[in-house]
Design a protein around this ligand. Structure first.
Ligand SMILES: Nc1nc2c(ncn2[C@@H]2O[C@H](COP(=O)(O)OP(=O)(O)OP(=O)(O)O)[C@@H](O)[C@H]2O)c(=O)[nH]1
Length: 358
């Protein structure tokens, strides 16, 4: 019988239990957090991080997991944990960027010796491509057993992540689907309540006092006519093109969902209402200016409302939707802000009686 290496702190039953927890999760964000919760204690490190890349292999999100030991008044020690989600490229340490760059180029784990320890990064693979990194610091190298465990856990994670991701994506456009939006509402809303840890500009600059978010419902005008005149295949192609045009117009940190047939939901960060309007106007203009196959011209109508973390997502969604409906009624191909419709007396002022509060 082969003896287990004493220097190896990994326990298989504990690991299996944690993998069981990981694969019972139905949300990609929670799964990412669970990965860090699994590997941090297994490797005996207090800090672990996950870096996510987009399709163009640009860094879009960082999740830090931190554990610390606290002793309460009765002398009982407890482990506290904190998860921080940020996308602030300017804050990513240069040594991490240098290390992960090598991991990306080589497609394998790399270590960098630093003063007082080492920085270790493993690639996360999705469809054969590097789509992120698992990073931690430690005062000693990874043993062969630990290496096998990390690779195994990351493989389970990546496969399961891909499955979950598929179930949260719309098949035609590849955008997140309505289910994903509904699953993510709670997380998005609580993150919005602490804006410094949420949506960030792609250039990595944090804007003091920004912290405002806007939810828009975007609907293609007279889409039924396209289907009726040219058939569903052409309709599908138009839907795909509209999605791509919108993706190109929004920032990669904005959230875009295909909510229904020809209806999309976007959640974007903007300092104020004027900037939000500008973002949505840009989307409207991009669609209006595009020459589509067969139909040539097309337009979208957009209704939006400010996200208030105090107000239930369903109410914010309803405000944006009512504004969209008004835009359709007033002739389509326009962008309407809920607050402006209230200010101009078209909509009654929302009272706390109407709004569903947490
Ligand atoms: N090709 C295609 N059509 C879809 C899909 N999902 C929904 N639709 C169609 O989208 C059309 C939506 O029509 P309506 O809700 O009447 O709205 P509209 O014609 O866009 O008119 P307005 O919204 O009032 O401007 C229907 O004909 C649906 O069949 C899809 O995945 N592919």
């Amino acid at each position: 019988m082969r003896m287990l290496n004493n220097s190896n702190p990994l326990r298989v039953p504990g690991l299996l239990g944690k993998l069981g927890v990981m694969t019972s999760i139905r949300d990609t964000e929670l799964l990412e957090q669970s990965l860090l919760r699994t590997l941090g204690p297994l490797l005996g490190v207090l800090d672990t991080s996950l870096y996510r890349l987009d399709e163009a292999q640009l860094l879009v999100r960082v999740i830090h997991y931190h554990r610390s030991k606290v002793v309460d008044g009765d002398g009982v020690a407890r482990m506290l944990e904190r998860i921080e989600e940020i996308v602030q490229l300017s804050d990513v340490a240069p040594e991490v960027l240098a290390l992960t760059d090598n991991v990306r180029l080589l497609g394998k784990p790399c270590t960098r010796v630093l003063e007082g320890g080492m920085l270790i990064a493993y690639p996360l693979l999705g469809a054969g491509e590097v789509c992120g990194y698992f990073v931690f610091r430690r005062d000693h190298e990874v043993s062969a057993n630990e290496d096998a465990t990390i690779r195994g856990v990351l493989e389970v994670f990546s496969n399961y992540y891909a499955l979950l991701d598929v179930s949260q994506r719309d098949r035609l456009t590849g955008l997140f689907n309505r289910q994903a939006l509904e699953n993510n509402f709670e997380r998005i809303w609580s993150a919005m309540a602490q804006p410094e840890t949420f949506l960030e500009r792609q250039d990595g600059r944090r804007h003091q006092g920004q912290g405002k978010y806007w939810l828009a419902v975007i609907d293609i005008d007279h889409f039924k006519r396209i289907n009726d005149s040219f058939g569903h295949m052409v309709g599908d192609e138009i839907l795909l093109l509209v999605s791509r045009l919108m993706q190109n117009t929004f920032r990669s940190s904005d959230l875009l969902y295909r909510y229904g047939g020809e209806e999309f939901v976007a959640i974007v960060a903007a300092e104020n209402e004027a900037i939000a309007r500008n973002v949505f106007e840009r989307v409207r203009l991009a669609i209006e200016a595009h020459s589509f196959p067969r139909i040539d011209r097309l337009s979208v109508s957009i209704g939006y409302a400010e996200v208030d973390p105090e107000i239930l997502p369903v109410e914010v969604l309803s405000r944006a939707d009512r504004s969209l409906y008004q835009a359709k009624q007033d002739g389509r191909n326009r962008v309407y802000d809920f607050q402006e419709l209230v200010a101009s007396g078209i909509f009654p002022s929302p009272s706390y009686g109407d709004a569903e509060l947490f």
